[in-house]
Design a protein around this ligand. Structure first.
Ligand code: B12
Ligand code: SF4
Ligand code: SF4
Length: 226
């Protein structure tokens, strides 16, 4: 099968499974930032497939000052769902005689530095799914920040997508809603520690067993809605 046919069939499968966002990047430039993956033979996996799902707008709209029980449950189920979609894509690639390595949607490998094996956002950016916004999240033109992501590294030949040449423009919606004051005009000046400390304290206070928030996702619904 040629690269385009592989690309179209995997994109069709992920779409049928419910992951509406699909893109492919080469991983050479990203590999340096990968954490604890060197024993997985990743140098033989030159492509990264980035998948994204659109979160429930209804659940996000109900968030007022912090995560709700419904959002907490949704967050957990969507992570499981993404890992399952990544597995289905992995099995399809393996069935075609190629190699694939699914990276969990939300597994922390380095707790002190708060890092996973790789950044799904950085892969998604390279794969053309969107840009890094002022809120430090991957912003898709259609669904804004209301998406969650997963990555599959593979050696199946695929066509490569181009990064989107866009940014937040004049929008500032997320700056005033952040209770930690972590979001500022320049995306690179995002206060990671401030955000993390606020989330930890809030979730402890409300007995929510995950470090989640949701406020800067809620206010960023995307602009190219049908
Ligand atoms: C650990 C983690 C967190 C941690 C720390 C995040 C961080 N590092 O910035 C905490 C708990 C704070 C967090 C919060 C959130 N997260 Co989170 N998180 C992750 C996870 C599992 C790993 C992140 C990672 O490895 N980054 C790699 C580094 C290199 O990338 P970076 O974050 O851009 O890099 C900076 C930090 O490392 C920072 N830094 C350096 N040293 C330290 C030390 C500490 C203590 C901290 C906090 C940061 C920090 O400096 C780097 C350069 O700027 C990813 C899943 C994944 N594997 O990608 C999800 C992920 C990034 N999270 C996600 C989401 C949605 C959230 C929240 C909205 C929570 C929620 N669900 O309600 C908030 C948003 C915070 C924000 N505005 O950025 C989504 C993002 C989707 C999108 N649209 O972009 C991801 C991709 C999960 C997914 N599968 O979709 N998250
Ligand atoms: S709310 Fe506006 S400024 Fe904030 S990340 Fe989304 S598009 Fe960018
Ligand atoms: S997750 Fe919450 S605390 Fe962190 S930047 Fe977004 S709104 Fe601010």
């Amino acid at each position: 099968m040629v690269d385009t046919a592989n690309y179209e069939s995997l994109k069709g499968l992920s779409h049928d499974l419910g992951a509406l966002l699909f893109g492919v990047a080469r991983v050479e430039a990203l590999r340096e930032s990968f954490l604890s993956l060197s024993s997985q033979g990743i140098e033989r996996l030159p492509y990264a497939i980035s998948l994204g799902v659109h979160l429930s707008d209804r659940i996000l709209e109900d968030i007022q000052d912090g995560p709700t029980p419904l959002y907490f449950f949704h967050y957990q189920r969507v992570n499981i769902f993404l890992d399952e979609v990544a597995l289905r894509i992995t099995f399809q690639i393996q069935n075609q005689g190629f190699d694939a390595l699914p990276i969990p949607a939300s597994q922390v490998i380095d707790w002190e530095g708060q890092r996973g094996h790789l950044s799904h956002k950085h892969v998604a950016k390279e794969a053309g799914l969107g840009w890094i916004g002022r809120n430090n999240l991957l912003i898709n033109p259609k669904f804004g920040a209301r998406i969650r992501l997963v990555t599959i590294l593979t050696d199946i030949p695929l066509t490569i997508d181009e990064p989107i040449k866009r940014d937040c423009g004049r929008c500032r919606n997320c700056i005033p809603v952040c209770p930690a004051g972590a979001i500022v005009k320049e995306p690179l000046e995002f206060d990671h520690i401030g955000c993390y400390e606020w989330i930890k304290a809030f979730c402890r206070k409300h007995n929510i067993r995950q470090n989640i928030c949701g406020l800067c996702i809620k206010v960023c619904p995307g602009v190219e809605r049908p």
